[in-house]
Design a protein around this ligand. Structure first.
Ligand SMILES: Nc1nc2c(c(=O)[nH]1)N[C@H]1C(S)=C(S)[C@@H](COP(=O)(O)OP(=O)(O)OC[C@H]3O[C@@H](n4cnc5c(=O)[nH]c(N)nc54)[C@H](O)[C@@H]3O)O[C@H]1N2
Ligand SMILES: Nc1nc2c(c(=O)[nH]1)N[C@H]1C(S)=C(S)[C@@H](COP(=O)(O)OP(=O)(O)OC[C@H]3O[C@@H](n4cnc5c(=O)[nH]c(N)nc54)[C@H](O)[C@@H]3O)O[C@H]1N2
Ligand code: SF4
Ligand SMILES: [Mo]
Length: 738
């Protein structure tokens, strides 16, 4: 028996699994992560960690995670291949399709983890430019597109997003978000529980508007159960009431915004009784909320995924910002504030072709792009409908649309029929199982990291550098290396800007190799806090960041709006014709809408749910994250359960326009009557052979029920909340059939 001394190396690194970006302290022995805990000295998270962060090592070492490229053989089975072979096959297949069927015949889908991955996000545009396709899709149309398109119109950049100044506000109105579980979105704020407690301890108030009494509602001062999909009405109604009560911050509005008169006129027509009928919230409550909001010393309205993925997602997102402006809270301490990031992504969005909205539309349904991406709800149409521009090949990159986008089964069939498909992913999942070539990256822990995206949306200005904590095997490649190799085989370069890529190709012959980190260094040094390449400067560079293992604190958010506006007018375009028209349309329809909502009595509305130990469709293959009680269950209010004869723990038969299937019932008064709720991202039966833990308890996919034929009208966002469904007990159906 041999005794070998193991040395433990300790690293500090930020967690890239969700937007909170907690600092982790990671112990590594023999190139294995043996212990993960919260980094007490991290400048933003001060030791906070959640179960997913604790499990990051388990994820990294998951034996089912792909370690080598996979290529489909003549028998149609995926088998391991060398990098050279896999990359050649990938490039050839894509080039062949493009040559035969034109540029738009190759589509691409970019998933959520890309925004958490420095190299991947910096090469994203180069990939799309190299593919030269209009058929680009992303998780955005199930997540942030309404937020980004609203920011683009109001502030001149999709990435200029107001952040709730949670640590200094007196009144936090939180709509359609569950930050105690999600740990915040478009709001990097680790340890929300402590932040909410601090708000309450300094005498502040938190109000949660949500059809479910969520974990966040549980710690708030007040929970208001709203009828799904009616937040635009509520927020516009509150703004209207503030105006009618002569409490609108007129001087502030005039100072900052254009088009107030148009919107004020549209607001004047809103009838709060109609709003009350539509939302299911008493008129007196709406009026009280409006006055509380405007009378608090400081206040902020914040809305996220629950709002974005609903019937009126973009109008509601606009109404959220409008309410902040009307109450004089935009750009104010304790209100909706703008960051001053060390790496300013808005500089990247100014690159040619990047930022914008509705510059082109999808071929079949005419839905608009946002930030270059078309709505995923129409990807299946584009795959199925013959003609010039039909999608015949796909690249999927860190995504799983079969589970994450509406009408997953239709997408599943579409992927199966493609001529060719390449996936860059850690796993064989429900989507990548259709690929001809899978290119698996060495995962985040094997690469350095500097966040270039989320400091845009942080409640405090901070930055930092993370080292790789495990060594990359000889045969392993980071996402950015895979992308670059694929792009170069297809004739492109790292920036997607032809003259620049040509210059970089020349420089390469002299030994200079572009890396994402050389670019990050450039962005840092030329940014607000940069050293501007002056050796004596105290400013930031990549090397300076590396000297601060717990991150660099750049201070609290600064007040002001105009400094962040990127439109020519340097004014908030609050009266944009698109929004004004949408407000008028909604107002006109309110009465009849309220009527139709009532006539739907008996029908149920399906909404989504996130759970602390899982993340969208992945992380279900990690035993410590999926142990314990079954999570993929449908919450049903006791009144509805009784009316429908449903029993807790037994399956129910859930039916939407496009799908009927069984799901276990949990009876709970957490959901409002008339509302049922299930998590998305489950339904792992098809990937069971490759993800053995996930396959043991596969669950069912919410997006089997969500309809892709109906989308939100202004951005084509998928409607994943407030989906009309019917429900019955499985036994009831069985006895009827008999
Ligand atoms: N019904 C319903 N549907 C929803 C939502 C909802 O609320 N309700 N939420 C939506 C939201 S907000 C989002 S963001 C989407 C997410 O939807 P998607 O982005 O389509 O899917 P994910 O489930 O995040 O899958 C991410 C994939 O990336 C892989 N991966 C993880 N890290 C890396 C990496 O570093 N490199 C590479 N190459 N691959 C990696 C994982 O293995 C996984 O297969 O789902 C959306 N779908
Ligand atoms: N544990 C965990 N954390 C995550 C993720 C995860 O999957 N698991 N995903 C990450 C991702 S990709 C994102 S984008 C963020 C999202 O973070 P959040 O935006 O906080 O998202 P959710 O937790 O889905 O919260 C949406 C809330 O909206 C409510 N809701 C549904 N319909 C309506 C409606 O019509 N009106 C109102 N007012 N509310 C409604 C739902 O009940 C739910 O409580 O979370 C991130 N963090
Ligand atoms: S909340 Fe959890 S998953 Fe999110 S960054 Fe922190 S530790 Fe990671
Ligand atoms: Mo998301």
């Amino acid at each position: 028996m041999s005794m070998r001394a193991t040395t433990t190396k300790t690293f500090h690194r930020s967690c890239t699994l969700c937007e909170a970006h907690c600092g982790l302290t990671i112990d590594v022995e023999d190139n294995r992560v043996v212990r993960v805990r919260g980094d007490e000295d991290d400048v933003l998270s001060h030791g906070y960690i959640c179960p997913k962060g604790v499990a990051i090592g388990e994820l990294h070492h998951d034996p089912d995670r792909l370690r080598t490229p996979m290529v489909r053989n003549a028998a149609g089975e995926l088998e391991p291949a060398s990098w050279e072979e896999a990359l050649d096959r990938a490039a050839e297949g894509l080039a062949r399709t493009k040559q035969a069927h034109g540029r738009n015949s190759v589509g691409c889908y970019i998933g959520n983890p890309v925004i958490h991955n420095t190299g991947a996000i910096l090469l994203r545009q180069a990939l799309i430019d190299t593919l030269d396709t209009r058929n680009c899709y992303s998780a955005g149309s199930q997540d942030t597109s309404p937020r980004f398109a609203t920011s683009y119109h109001l502030y001149g950049s999709s990435f200029v997003v107001p952040v709730p100044d949670i640590d200094r506000t007196d009144y936090f109105l939180c709509l359609g978000a569950n930050p105690i579980i999600s740990n915040g979105s478009a709001m990097t704020a680790p340890n929300m529980r402590a932040r909410i407690r601090a708000l309450q301890e300094r005498g502040g108030t938190m109000v949660v508007v949500d059809p479910r009494r969520t974990e966040t509602a549980d710690v708030a001062d007040e929970h208001i159960a709203i009828r799904p999909g009616t937040d635009a009405e509520l927020l516009l109604g509150m703004a209207a009431h503030i105006v009618r009560s002569h409490r609108a911050a007129r001087a502030k509005i005039d100072e900052l915004a254009d088009g107030w008169e148009v919107i004020a006129q549209a607001l004047a027509d809103i009838d709060l009784d109609d709003v009350s009928r539509s939302t299911g919230i008493a008129r007196a409550v709406i009026e009280r909320l409006a006055l509380e909001f405007v009378n608090a010393p400081t206040s902020v309205a914040y809305s996220r995924v629950g709002i974005c993925n609903s019937r009126n997602g973009r109008l509601a997102t606009y109404a959220n910002d409008l309410l902040n402006l009307v109450a004089g809270r935009l750009g104010e301490v304790g209100g909706a504030m703008f960051t001053t990031p060390a790496i300013d992504s808005t500089r990247l969005t100014r690159m040619p072709g990047m930022d914008g909205h509705a510059r082109w539309k999808s071929r079949v349904r005419g839905l608009p792009e946002t930030l270059g991406d078309l709505p995923t709800a129409t990807l299946a149409d584009e795959m199925e409908t013959p003609g010039e521009g039909q999608v015949r090949a796909m690249v999927t990159f860190a995504g799983n649309p079969v589970l994450s986008a509406p009408n997953g089964p239709r997408l599943d069939r579409g992927f199966a029929k493609l001529d060719f498909m390449v996936s860059i992913d850690l796993y064989v999942n429900e989507t990548t199982r259709h690929a001809n070539v899978i290119l698996p990256p060495a995962w985040c822990l094997a690469d350095q990291h500097v966040d270039v995206f989320f400091p845009q949306f942080s409640v405090r200005n901070t930055t930092g550098w993370s080292p790789a904590v495990v060594e990359r095997g000889e045969n392993e490649r980071a996402d950015w290396q895979i992308l670059l190799a694929l792009i170069e085989r297809l004739g492109g370069g790292p920036t997607g800007i032809k003259p620049l890529d040509a210059a970089l190709a020349v420089a390469r012959r002299f030994g200079y190799r572009w890396t994402p980190y050389s670019f990050v260094d450039l962005l840092l040094r030329t940014g607000t806090y940069g050293d501007k390449f002056l050796p004596w400067s105290k400013g930031l560079s990549l090397a300076k960041l590396a000297a601060h293992p717990h991150g660099v604190d750049l201070g609290a958010l600064e007040p002001g709006v105009t400094r962040r506006l990127l439109n020519k007018s340097k004014r908030v375009q609050i009266g944009d014709a698109l929004f004004a028209e949408a407000v008028r349309t909604l107002t006109a329809e309110l009465a009849s809408r309220a009527q139709s909502v009532r006539s739907n009595d008996g029908g149920l509305m399906l909404i989504g749910r996130r759970e602390l130990r899982t993340n969208n469709s992945w992380m279900h293959n990690v035993p410590s994250l999926v142990s314990g009680r079954e999570r993929c269950v449908l919450y049903v209010h006791p009144d509805d359960a009784e009316r429908l004869g449903l029993v807790d723990g037994k399956p129910g038969l859930l039916k939407s326009r496009i799908h009927t299937g069984e799901i276990p019932i949990r009876v709970t008064d957490e959901v409002a009557p008339g509302v049922v709720c299930m998590p998305h991202g489950w339904g792992h039966a098809p990937s069971a052979p490759w993800q053995r833990v996930a396959g043991e308890r596969p669950g069912v996919s919410m997006n089997d029920w969500c309809d892709d034929s109906e989308v939100e009208p202004l951005v084509g966002q998928s409607i994943l909340n407030g989906v009309m469904v019917e429900l019955e007990a499985v036994e009831a159906r069985a006895s009827r059939v008999a």
